[in-house]
Ligand binder design. Structure first.
Ligand code: AMP
Ligand code: GLY
Length: 443
């Protein structure tokens, strides 16, 4: 069944939606959800300074760790569906807790979130299900790591086992660097997240992000996306949370996507079932397209940021229904995602110094923005004493545009960026270079 406005009556009450999280990802989810005519309010805990610029949105000040107060507030607000954005509350079991209290929740329980919060567990999971991924070794001490590093001839990457805000992966150029990275993790660079280390074969190829909305058994795919992880143009510099993205990723042709479904997506969902994990949420497959085929680099238990900001404007108002169906375990798997026929691109504006140390609190000036198919989702902002918009994070704003081709998309995005200013603003000029036909002519 495809979801359209004619069969709205098939859905239960969806007036009040709650989103947990404070980034550009959560603002873009709110923006897509509020499009639905049935939705009256979208609450964000805690949201950021951009949240209340979005139609129907309201920020709620409450500590999600104060469980008693949280449940009382959600009951008072008559929340119909909860969407949990970031990995930390998912890894802490917030979805399990809220489900026990009879809320409908989009987001996996602690068992499903383990796909992201333990890299070694995820690697063993892939091994059990015969899912293509880089070779790996799980190590508990520096001595053990040194033995592997010195006895293998293949280049390795080094990863802290647990959550590390995207900073726990090292791509060393030599065995010495590999040892130093491992040592820094065991010396406590990431606290308990570094109690175990995963050494992985270094693989090569372009990376793509695939998102499956999953109801425990069935799933549907969102448009694919390509992120830009490195800080600087030409994919140089340190890894970041993501400096921009585009969607869909033309690299994944229909045939190739079918291969990914067969070799990776379906085996992942089958393995979750085999392990009795009732996964109701999004599975983010971070893939590398290697010469020998697609391989999983990582799983995440949440939407990607900035991929989510890029994909959400392609959704129509049935998006919230899909989230609800996942939360209730009643996807048919054949829902049509009514995406627009446009393509989308996002450029992230960051604070100077990101992903290392940076200062915040600089006023943001936004001039004349093209209103046609352009969105600005705040990623890290706050309001000053007089209500002025201030920088309040490493990634500050997500500038997102849609059009019929990627040249037009990024032309608009960069034109809008000229209208945005804050002290130390930084962004890459080459986001989408892979898909901009005019890129080489321009540069
Ligand atoms: P992760 O947090 O696991 O996604 O890793 C961050 C980034 O490190 C990925 O997006 C890749 O660019 C890179 N990376 C991770 N694992 C590997 C690997 N086995 N081989 C090559 N690059 C990798
Ligand atoms: N864009 C990468 C991530 O969300 O992990």
């Amino acid at each position: 069944m495809s979801i359209n406005s004619k069969n709205f009556k098939n859905f239960s009450r969806l007036e009040n939606i709650l989103i947990i999280g404070n980034g550009g990802r959560e603002n873009s989810l709110a923006w897509a959800i509020q499009k639905n005519v049935l939705v009256k309010k979208v609450f964000l805990i805690p949201g950021n300074a951009g949240s209340e610029r979005i139609n129907k949105c309201e920020r709620i000040k409450i500590d999600i760790n104060n469980k008693k107060e949280l449940v009382e507030k959600l009951n008072f607000l008559k929340v119909d569906l909860i969407v949990i954005g970031p990995e930390i509350p998912l890894a802490d079991g917030l979805a399990d807790f809220l489900r026990e209290k009879d809320f409908k929740v989009f987001g996996p329980g602690k068992d499903g979130a383990k796909l992201e919060y333990s890299k070694s567990w995820a690697k063993e999971f892939m091994q059990d299900a015969n899912i293509p991924t880089a070779k790996f070794w799980k190590v508990n001490s520096l001595e053990e790591a040194k033995k592997i590093i010195h006895s293998t001839s293949i280049p390795l990457v080094v990863k802290a086992d647990g959550l590390a805000s995207g900073k726990g992966v090292f791509i060393p150029d030599s065995k010495e660097e590999c040892v130093r990275a491992t040592e820094s993790i065991f010396n406590g660079k990431f606290g308990k997240s570094g109690d175990m280390v995963v050494l992985e074969e270094k693989i090569h190829g372009p990376e793509v992000s695939v998102f499956a909305l999953c109801d425990g058994i069935k799933y549907i795919l969102l448009p694919t996306a390509q992120d830009h992880k490195r800080l600087n143009e030409e994919d140089k510099g340190p890894n970041t949370g993501g400096m921009g993205a585009y969607s869909p990723a033309p690299l994944l042709t229909k045939n190739y996507l079918e291969r990914i479904i067969k070799e990776i997506i379906e085996p992942t969902i089958n393995e979750l079932n085999k392990k009795n994990i009732d996964y109701k949420g999004v599975i983010y497959f971070g893939l590398m397209i290697t010469k020998s085929g697609p391989k999983v680099i990582e799983y995440n238990c949440r939407f990607g940021d900035p991929e989510c900001q890029t994909i959400m404007p392609l959704m129509d108002q049935s998006f919230v229904f899909l989230l609800e169906k996942c939360s209730m375990g009643n996807l048919t798997g054949s829902e049509k995602i009514n995406t627009s026929n446009k393509v989308s691109g996002c450029v992230i504006a960051t604070s100077k110094g990101y992903p290392h140390e940076y200062k915040t609190g600089f006023p943001i000036k936004i001039g004349k923005i093209d209103p046609n198919d352009c969105q600005i989702f705040d990623s890290g902002t706050s309001l000053g004493k007089d209500g002025e918009l201030l920088t309040d994070g490493g990634r500050v704003l997500s500038i997102v545009c849609q059009d019929k081709d990627f040249d037009l998309v990024f032309e608009k995005a960069y034109k809008n960026l000229k209208e945005i200013n804050f002290d130390g603003i930084y962004f890459r000029n080459d986001i989408g270079h892979q898909v901009r036909k005019n890129f080489f002519k321009e540069s």
